[in-house]
Design a protein around this ligand. Sequence first.
Ligand code: LMR
Length: 393
Amino acid sequence: MFETLTAAPPDKILSISLLYKNDPRPEKIDLGVGVYKDAQGTTAIMRAVRDAEKRLFEAQTTKTYVGIAGDEKFNKGMLKLVFGETADLSRMFACQTAGGSGALRTIADLLMKARPDATVWLSDPTWVNHLPILKAAGFKTASYPYFDPGTGTVKFDAMLEGLRQANRGDVVLLHGCCHNPTGADLTMEQWSAVAEVMIERDLFPFFDLAYQGFGNGLDEDAASVRLFAGKVPELVVATSCSKNFSVYRDRVGAVILMGKDAEAARIAGSQALATTRVLYSMPPDHAAAIVRMILEDDALRADWKSELETMRLRMLNLRSGFADALRRQSNSARFDFVAQHRGMFSRLGLTEEQVERLRNDFAVYMVGDSRFNVAGLKEDRLDDLAKAVVAVL
Ligand code: LMR
């Protein structure tokens, strides 16, 4: 049996974590995988999560299945988080998934049932796992221009032109906020123009919203999805609680669907559940139960929001501190875009060889495309790091 297989190529992000772990140099810096770290370099459990976990431990009397869609109160909470507290949810459906990737794969399989001949358009570049997930679902894929490494900004005209090349009925995967890997986001005017082109070309919006609350704020980061929801008849969102609730390993996210009407959303939702049933049968509960408790309880919710805001502001400070250090060390404005970007990542625009030299000569670990995790930066080492970057240029 297994002699027919060849080894799978290593994952471009996760393989960096392994290299980092095995590096004995004490000064090493991990800017690889997208997990939030505090000033001590720890991915701490958020206070509200800890409190909810304690309550859950006391209150939970059974581990029996919750149900195929997961916790309905969690699902409602996620809909409100994405669309807003007062949004009309009558055309919406949500179900709990195993992380954001579970949501992406469920949506990919669902769309394959609905429109198998469609091509899914991905931004160039995009998160390294998007393509494998869509391929695994059986989709043809294509890419639309997105990022200009020369300026560190979105190639907006080229993006619109790229989207105009799509066939009617194709699917477009959009990063709702905090573009991964570039950190370059669209303005609201640009989102509006993208929506117009997609309506004109009858393209289907598929949002990945994995970093809500890490960019400009919880509501601001969902503004792209909300804008589309006000303009288009249907859309899907894969959302994740890994980052904004820091519950990475416990795996919770959600599939969110907006249908043309309540009945269409119900039917599409039933197919999403038929999909998760064959993928993993029932979603894991632990993190969803915690998120639900936090969203339902005023005190927990306020504490969660305040800690999330502290995390977001810390990343913004690190961005401007690192951009300043790069400006000082390189005597140029070449890296100023780092301060303009949002979310966990930016790309420095280094070659694979330069990234490798950073790893070998300076114990600095980032993804091969020079994507770095802003939260992995250390306040007191920004100039060291900037010097290392300049040394490999
Ligand atoms: C990342 O992009 O680093 C995160 O989304 C973690 C992952 O699974 O790749």
